[in-house]
Design a protein around this ligand. Sequence first.
Ligand code: ADP
Ligand code: MG
Length: 238
Amino acid sequence: MARVTLTDVRKAYGELEVVRGISAEIADGEFVVLVGPSGCGKSTLLRMIAGLEEISGGTVAIDGQVVNDVASKDRDIAMVFQNYALYPHMTVAENMGFSLRLRGADRRSIGEAVAKAAASLDVAHLLDRYPRALSGGQRQRVAMGRAIVRNPRLFLFDEPLSNLDAKLRVQMRAELRELHQRLGVTSVYVTHDQIEAMTMADRILVLRDGRVEQQGRPLDLYDRPANTFVAGFIGSPA
Ligand code: ADP
Ligand code: MG
């Protein structure tokens, strides 16, 4: 597990400030959902936590250690995007084991880690297939598998279900939440889907124009939205 501390985190692209001073504490084992309209800075914030984007101001700390200058590969995190981008020329097993191979792990330990991840995601029967022969949901599971083989402590999700059909989305919500629990990780999950936020989150951060408009447990936000923007976004009667 990992604790994430954001202190006055900022991001500017030239003149344009898109993340404008976000502070938040994400506890060990917590499932925190970032919601907000398109363009409010969700992905940018997530990429800064991941170490994929330079931070313009403030600090990101993991377990109390400032990681602003730590390369993304050394942060012990897994990131899952909506575009799974599996390697088309590699089998499922090769896709899932690739990051371990890059780190010089031996064949046997790669095989064991892949088998374990595949079993927990119900893709063990697909290990020899190529991505083109998988359904959308299967691809999403393999993308998850690729992320979990390294036993990360922190999961970062950027709208991972938005390309799936409605039925599968509902199923995957429950599966991801269960996986988070079972692996005992900390998760930060970006979505613009209110229902996803309400059903998955321990805590929701509502973002607007690069700032946190309100944060709280789903039902607290629903019952006591700070303003009509939050009410509109959470779906509560304003
Ligand atoms: P969200 O994920 O909430 O939809 P983003 O974090 O992707 O929002 O984007 C926030 C703002 O930053 C948007 O106005 C977007 O156009 C801008 N932006 C994102 N990436 C870049 C970039 N590389 N260069 C310039 N502007 C960017
Ligand atoms: Mg985004």
